[in-house]
Design a protein around this ligand. Structure first.
Ligand SMILES: Cc1cc2nc3c(=O)[nH]c(=O)nc-3n(C[C@H](O)[C@H](O)[C@H](O)COP(=O)(O)OP(=O)(O)OC[C@H]3O[C@@H](n4cnc5c(N)ncnc54)[C@H](O)[C@@H]3O)c2cc1C
Length: 348
């Protein structure tokens, strides 16, 4: 059992957590990022089966703000992000032609980008994965967090980036009192769920370029071929993985259903897209309890009142999706740097 000390503890190594961590680290603040996942990334997740890979969380991201544009330009220059499509192509993303958003994907899978973003957090900063926190407490000088494996973390400032229902559970387990207003705001930020099916195919698909079908009116609206998209790069040419994402209504209906039943309903929409002679050789289902926020808070971050420096960030703050999570993480870090109650050096 160890106690690790830092200026700032960031819970979550998803996009919001890494955006906050990088900004603070660059400003000379020691950060400790902790995530329960085996790897960094959160919902920017890639599943690897043999030599094939599939994005099984985020499928693409769009760019609206100049701040995020600048960041994505850097990811493109590093050979990671690439422009997958503009708008929705006539062939495969039928129904929304001409909408004009640039859609980016990551060569080799979203997790490559996340590993790249975590790389800099070394020296006086660190990222611990496979570490589930079970409680967060206020102490005299700041914050203390307890992990399931018995380790603990101490820091002057705290940034919580999991979906707010998960963050609130951590604070409640540590008996942290929040003002009625803060609690009301946070409890309103609930999420819808998604079921994701991953199908390894021997053969090929007829999914048109650039490698996905978008059917907004259907309960299984998203079908993507990860080889055509550039996520599966190596391995036999006749092997690919297809990702199928459900909408919230389907997820609610099938949440507790046996995997075999979910696989069968998903296969029914997949089979018409397989080339003759192709077959599904492996399948998996991922349950995303917290997939998309149903509502978002009006601000990019929330500083709780009457506590040591505590900021909430993530895709439930101001703008949803990948861009929203990134901007929220940065906003929390910026606000913490200007927080009169934040005194770095206490624990580092
Ligand atoms: C199936 C699916 C498809 C999606 N597709 C798209 C898309 O195409 N485009 C798009 O823009 N967005 C998409 N999204 C939404 C996008 O994934 C999110 O908006 C974004 O990734 C949120 O990042 P975040 O950092 O706020 O949260 P997260 O990525 O969820 O990060 C929070 C982190 O906190 C960690 N954590 C939680 N509790 C604890 C604990 N107790 N201890 C330690 N760590 C903890 C989690 O492991 C997680 O890594 C999709 C989401 C899903 C689920």
């Amino acid at each position: 059992m160890t106690e690790k000390q830092s200026d700032v503890l960031i819970v979550g190594a998803g996009l919001a957590g890494l955006a906050a961590g990088r900004l603070l680290h660059a400003a000379g603040v020691d950060v400790q990022v902790v995530d329960k996942g085996r790897r960094v990334g959160g919902r920017m997740a890639t599943l690897r089966l043999g030599q094939a890979a599939a994005d099984h969380g985020v499928q693409f991201f769009t760019v609206d703000s100049p701040e995020f544009r600048q960041e994505v330009d850097g990811w493109e220059a590093a050979g990671l992000a690439f422009l997958w499509d503009i708008g929705w192509s006539l062939g495969s993303f039928a129904g929304n032609e001409g909408e004009g958003h640039t859609r980016y994907a990551v060569r080799g899978g979203m997790d490559r980008l996340m590993e790249y973003l975590a790389e800099d957090l070394t020296g006086d900063s660190a990222v611990d994965t496979d570490t589930r926190l079970v409680a967060v407490r206020q102490t005299e000088g700041g914050w203390q967090a307890e992990a399931e494996n018995g380790d603990s973390y101490r820091a002057a400032g705290l940034i919580l980036t999991p979906p707010p229902p998960q963050s609130l559970a951590l604070l409640d387990a540590g008996a942290v009192g929040l003002s009625a207003m803060d609690r009301g705001i946070l409890e309103a930020l609930d999420y819808s769920s998604t079921l994701t099916g991953i199908f390894r195919i021997e053969g090929g698909t007829t999914i048109p370029a650039p490698g996905a079908v978008h059917r907004p009116a259907e309960s299984l609206p998203w079908i993507a071929d990860n080889r055509q998209k550039g996520v599966t790069e190596g391995g036999p040419e006749n092997e690919t993985i297809v990702t199928i994402n459900s909408n919230a209504t389907y997820a609610q209906r099938y949440w507790d259903a046996p995997q075999v039943e979910i696989v069968e309903t998903m296969k029914a929409v997949l089979l018409p897209y397989l080339t003759p002679g192709s077959r599904v050789v492996e399948s998996q289902v991922k349950h995303w309890r917290y997939a998309f926020p149903r509502h978002t808070h009006s601000q990019r971050t929330l500083r709780t009142s009457g506590t040591h420096p505590l900021y909430f960030a993530g895709d439930a703050f101001h703008g949803p999706l990948v861009e929203g999570a990134w901007l929220s993480g940065q906003a929390a870090a910026q606000a913490l740097l200007g927080d009169a109650d934040f005194v770095p050096g206490k624990y580092s």
